[in-house]
Design a protein. Sequence first.
Length: 224
Amino acid sequence: MKPPEHGMISSRARDRMVRELLENQGIDDPRVLAVMRETLRHLFVEEALASRAYGDENLPIGEGQTLSQPLTVARMSQALRLAGNEEILEIGTGSGYQTAILAKLCHKVYTIERLPTLADTARKRLRRLGYHNVVCRVGDGTLGWPEERLFDRVIITAGTPVTPESLIRQLAPQGLLVAPEGSRSAQNLIRIARLADGSIQRETLDPCCFVPLIGAQGWRDSTP
Ligand code: SAH
């Protein structure tokens, strides 16, 4: 059993995170702010890192991968413009933290992780925490969701030289895709919209820094 003050400290830490790291940096979607405030980020990293969970930093999650800083998670969630009824395809489950945030903001999340150990930990964690609207899969997300179908939103949480064609193809009309595009060490968030007539519109959002998306339509291997 954790001492009772643990929960209070953590709720104060989350309030501060939302105020100083998100609201002051341009996050103004009230649903995103509320979910970031209520989600226990420290449960998505190993216990030794829990005290750093509400600071302004990426955290290691094993296998050389990282959980993005809170501002990046919030920016991507806000950029998806979620109303609550969407089905989302997420590439790069990692710890499952971004998945958990999205699960509270939409109808259902379909998420793919390339590394089986991370996928397994995230799947069990999300189930234990009561996220029942998430479908987890192991595989190469650059190839898209294996069954032929469309998604209202697509999010890639690993850096890619170009957004994989298979993922753009699975974007429904009026859908939005958010991804970090660029080099292995630095990217820009981009947003692709599929308009009602099926055409595509692109815009560039903020600079960001993700671990590489590795796969048939991403980076080719794990060498730096
Ligand atoms: N959003 C995650 C962090 C992502 S780190 C979180 O909240 O914790 C990026 C993740 O993408 C890593 O776990 C990495 O293994 C995964 N990844 C990289 N290439 C991938 C691919 N082709 N398909 C699926 N997952 C991939």
